[in-house]
Design a protein around this ligand. Structure first.
Ligand SMILES: Nc1ncnc2c1ncn2[C@@H]1O[C@H](COP(=O)(O)OP(=O)(O)OP(=O)(O)O)[C@@H](O)[C@H]1O
Length: 281
């Protein structure tokens, strides 16, 4: 069963295409990463999927309903969203901000305690947002996005500009939510995040999906057809994967000269650059 189904979405701003015929499905329970350079259309799609923008053409369903209904109360309760315009009240404390969200969703008092504990901010709950570090602020934003235990979570660069400890903390939380049934759609510029967190990724370039699949599958598709043999002598040989190389490798092997042998794969970052070009936009 799919949680998200996107069919032939196109979106233009003043006649200029931002998304061109984008289609893909996200099965229930998946962590899906949407990757692409700045300006490639990631946020535009996220806004279409959460009914903050209408597509120029095409359609999408989210949680079994047309995406355009996502801002209706029934659907709103079913998803959470984390973006950089977090909507936190700077002068209020963490707890007071969460109280507002609790009221919005009509949740029991215990939900605040639970979510504070989850993002590890119980001890800091009386602090005003204005005094928080970036990492703490991001954890509060996440807490607001998940306080109602949504089925689906949209995250626009959830860990951008965070240190590795805060990033790891957020990743751990996201994995936990996912293991408990939350489907996650995230945009990121961080290839390590995409690789360690996402079951599948799509690489977007100028409004078009250039590749989609599990990171390991993409690496397999884009490997360069060579293998490297490191010999006990310290010498390293890069060989094409053909019959001649097989004979050569067998010889080395029979003489006990091989230290290490591996196929040469591109990293996800290399594949990203290969598919999207390395020019700055
Ligand atoms: N409201 C708007 N009006 C006009 N053009 C827009 C609007 N929103 C986005 N665009 C344009 O659409 C294209 C895609 O933008 P979008 O914000 O979706 O990219 P992105 O991949 O999310 O970028 P980033 O990684 O920098 O957030 C860009 O060329 C952008 O300038």
């Amino acid at each position: 069963m799919n949680t998200i189904s996107v069919q032939n979405i196109q979106k233009s701003f003043a006649g200029k295409p931002a998304l061109k015929d984008v289609s893909f499905d996200i099965p229930k329970g998946e962590i899906f990463g949407f990757l692409g350079p700045s300006g490639s259309g990631k946020t535009t799609l996220l806004k279409i999927l959460t009914a903050q923008l209408d597509p120029t053409s095409g359609s999408a369903t989210v949680l079994d309903k047309p995406a355009k209904l996502m801002q209706k109360t029934d659907q709103k309760r079913r998803f959470g969203i984390l973006t950089d315009n977090s909507g936190l009240y700077e002068r209020l404390t963490i707890e007071e901000n969460l109280e507002l969200f609790r009221g919005l969703y009509d949740l029991p008092k215990s939900s605040i305690h639970k979510v504070l504990n989850f993002v590890n901010l119980t001890a800091d709950r009386k602090k005003r947002i204005s005094v928080l570090s970036k990492g703490m602020r991001q954890r509060v934003t996440l807490a607001c996005a998940i306080i109602h235990e949504p089925e689906m979570l949209f995250l626009d660069e959830p860990t951008s500009a965070l240190d590795p400890v805060n990033t790891a903390h957020i990743h751990k939380g996201l994995r936990y939510l996912n293991e408990n049934g939350t489907t996650i759609f995230l945009t990121t510029h961080d290839m390590t995040e995409a690789e360690t967190l996402c079951e599948r990724v799509a690489i977007l370039h100028k409004g078009e999906i250039r590749a989609i699949g599990a990171p390991a599958e993409l690496k397999k598709t884009h490997r360069d057809g060579t293998l490297t043999v490191e010999l006990t002598s310290g010498q390293s040989e890069r060989l094409p994967m053909n019959e001649n190389s097989a004979t050569q490798v067998a010889n080395w092997m029979s003489q006990g000269q091989i230290d290490r042998i591996y196929t040469n794969e591109l990293s996800l970052g290399d594949i990203f650059i290969k598919l999207t070009g390395s020019e700055l936009v």
